[in-house]
Design a binder for this molecule. Structure first.
Ligand SMILES: NC(=O)c1ccc[n+]([C@@H]2O[C@H](COP(=O)([O-])OP(=O)(O)OC[C@H]3O[C@@H](n4cnc5c(N)ncnc54)[C@H](OP(=O)(O)O)[C@@H]3O)[C@@H](O)[C@H]2O)c1
Length: 286
């Protein structure tokens, strides 16, 4: 099997390539220069020239706040180029894994969202990722695709919330962090193993995949700080204290029943994922 991974320079793409190669799978990791999503025809040509058996599409426009001012660019990258890549996959008979987000849901209430619950994104980025999901469905009549919704991503290769918090905690005695947005972190090293299992299977469909357990951002910050052996105090605050350009969902709880139905393993608990992530950071001197 040959797998093409987009966004190899991002958090998830980097780990997906690492895991696939670790399993001995022939893997091509595409950079922005090789597959520019703002030039979909060039991206299509790269898929056609590579002729993979599967594409794991990790690249995306991920600047959630900037997207509010760059609606068209965000939509072109996350939806229209996804349509082109999905079309190329359909033509050459390749499977596609499209990475989506909890932001496709309205993010209100306290329920755990099921994969077939009604979607209604609360910001431009979420709308563009949902349009990407529709583009995959439209372009792949064969149904040979996986749509995998994830949230609160952290990995060794790139910026994320835990890295930011640990950086701040080094020099501050106290931090205020929002505690009225609740969800589950997703460790890219764990998710990459699941995605590798998926592309080896024919169990196509829509899945939710995050680490197990739920927390608020404040709880995630406090856990990372405590595990790191730092003493910085985390004070929970309302998100009204930190207005952002893009609205953030308060409820990012995703039901993982889809993984059970598909016969896939759920990811480990989020606290265990944080522990292993800190070991990984230490190994690179962070
Ligand atoms: N981060 C989260 O919390 C989160 C939550 C839910 C879902 N997701 C989804 O998970 C996936 C992986 O996220 P991530 O955190 O790994 O993202 P990331 O670290 O921000 O990486 C994004 C990747 O996309 C590439 N990219 C961006 N614009 C591009 C363009 N115009 N043409 C080609 N490549 C482009 C980047 O390349 P450069 O390095 O060259 O910029 C980078 O490799 C994405 O689909 C994202 O929407 C993320």
């Amino acid at each position: 099997m040959k797998v093409l991974v987009t966004g190899v320079t991002g958090q998830l793409g980097y780990d997906v390539v690492r895991v696939l190669r670790g399993r001995g799978v022939e893997t091509v990791g595409a950079t922005r220069a090789e597959m520019p999503l703002d030039d979909p025809e060039k991206a299509r040509a790269f898929v056609e020239a590579t002729r993979p058996d599967a594409v794991i599409h990790c690249a995306a426009y991920t600047a959630v706040d900037r997207a509010e001012d760059e609606r068209e660019l965000c939509h072109a990258i996350n939806a229209e180029s996804t349509r082109t890549i999905a079309g190329a996959c359909e033509e050459i008979g390749a499977k596609l894994v499209y990475i989506s987000t909890d932001y496709v849901f309205p993010g209100t209430g306290e329920k755990f969202y099921e994969t077939d619950d009604e979607t209604s994104p609360c910001n431009v980025y979420g709308a563009s990722k949902l349009a990407g999901e529709s583009a995959v469905r439209d372009a792949m009549a064969s149904g040979r695709f996986f749509i995998v919704r994830i949230s609160w991503v952290f990995g060794v290769h790139g910026k994320n919330f835990i890295r930011t918090i640990l950086g701040l905690a080094k020099t501050r005695d106290a931090l205020t962090v929002v505690d009225d947005q609740v969800g589950s972190p997703t460790y890219t090293a764990d998710l990459a193993e699941l995605l590798a299992d998926m592309v080896e299977s024919e169990k196509f469909g829509v899945y939710h995949a995050t680490n197990e357990g739920i927390c608020s951002w404040a709880e995630l910050a406090a856990e990372a700080i405590q595990q790191r052996g730092l003493r910085t105090k985390v004070t929970p605050v309302s998100s009204d204290m930190y207005p952002t350009k893009a609205v953030r969902p308060k409820n990012s709880r995703l039901s993982k029943a889809s993984l059970d139905r598909g016969g896939f393993h759920r990811l480990p608990d989020w606290k265990d994922a944080v522990r292993r992530y800190l070991v990984e950071l230490e190994a690179i001197g962070e």
